[in-house]
Design a protein around this ligand. Structure first.
Ligand SMILES: [Zn+2]
Length: 314
């Protein structure tokens, strides 16, 4: 009974650990919990110093397989607002809310985007219980919808600051829209026959749909599984037959699989893409916008090569 065990451990620890008193200057500030780093950054762009933000799954963390801690339950117990991605990304959030006793609103940042169905991409059969692809933040136009939802939620919970939140939304939305235009222009330079990329898990379906790149992966939409020998062999065959030369690590997944693909398909690893979380503050993807820029730069450095790849295929 992992569910009951989890709850009783959490509740036990919560009773043992008295809540830390909130400093006086913070008492009138909205306490917001973000489930993971990417929406945490979006929220802080709108809330800035007018909110107290707690992010559960931090830099380089993997929300697919996250196990909430007693400190997470305490953060929820004190929160005014909890904001999650939704689309089945945080499979642990309902359990955590129940264990924490939080009764406030659960805001789904992805509300209103057009979801990708799990089974429509490349005939992938590894759904792992996912009906929808949760990685909607990998499309800047979806991010603009996330930010609109976040702004609305902050304003509803803290009406006195509505115009402040809306002003920041307008500024951030303009930055996201400008980046979207810039990225479309830069990716348009990639030749049609170089638009296939292999990564660890299926995290870039929305990116692929938005920017016309064909992403493939040995593992499905979640990171909680290993590919079969057959799936791996099939991907290696595709890479050899189609001459796919673009292979990337992800910041949240074990590099072993991608290194094996590199060896067996005789391809050089192009670098690291940030899929499901930001980097630490001193890394190349410390904000959502930096993450997008970094990923596009990494892709272009491999995809937009004019010359033959440095390492010839056999
Ligand atoms: Zn993922």
């Amino acid at each position: 009974m992992p569910y009951r065990g989890f709850c009783s451990v959490l509740i036990g620890l919560m009773l043992l650990t008295p809540n830390t008193p909130v400093p006086a200057e913070e008492t009138d500030l909205l306490k917001v919990v973000a489930t993971f780093s990417i929406i945490g950054d979006m929220i802080s762009n709108i809330g800035e110093d007018d909110i107290v933000l707690t992010t559960l799954v931090g830099a380089n963390g993997d929300a697919h397989v996250y196990e909430p801690t007693p400190a997470d339950a305490r953060a929820l117990a004190e929160a005014d607002l909890v904001i999650a991605n939704g689309l089945e990304f945080e499979g642990w959030i309902d359990r955590l809310i129940a264990a924490s006793g939080y009764t406030g609103p659960l805001i789904i940042a992805s509300d209103g985007i057009e979801p990708l169905k799990a089974d429509t991409r490349h005939g992938h059969a590894h759904l792992h219980g996912h009906a929808l692809d949760p990685h909607a933040w990998q499309d800047l136009s979806n991010a603009r919808q996330y930010v609109a939802n976040i702004t609305q939620a902050l304003a509803a919970a803290d009406p006195a600051r509505t115009s402040t939140y809306q002003r920041r939304q307008q500024r951030y939305d303009q930055a996201l829209a400008a980046l979207d235009t810039e990225i479309r222009e830069r990716l348009a330079t990639v030749p049609e026959d170089r638009r296939t990329v292999v990564t660890s898990h299926d995290a870039f379906g929305y990116f692929g749909r938005a920017y016309n790149i064909d992403f493939r992966a040995p593992v499905g939409l979640s990171t909680d599984s290993e590919p079969s020998a057959q799936q791996l062999a099939s991907l290696i065959r595709q890479m050899r037959n189609e001459g796919i030369q673009s292979l990337f690590l992800e910041n949240i997944t074990n590099p072993r699989l991608v290194q094996q693909l590199a060896r067996e398909a005789d391809v050089v690893v192009g670098g690291t893409l940030y899929s499901d979380s930001l980097s630490s503050v001193d890394g190349p993807a410390a904000t959502y916008i930096d993450m997008f820029r970094h990923n596009v730069q990494q892709l272009l450095s491999t995809l937009a090569l004019e010359d033959e790849p440095a390492v010839a295929r056999p």
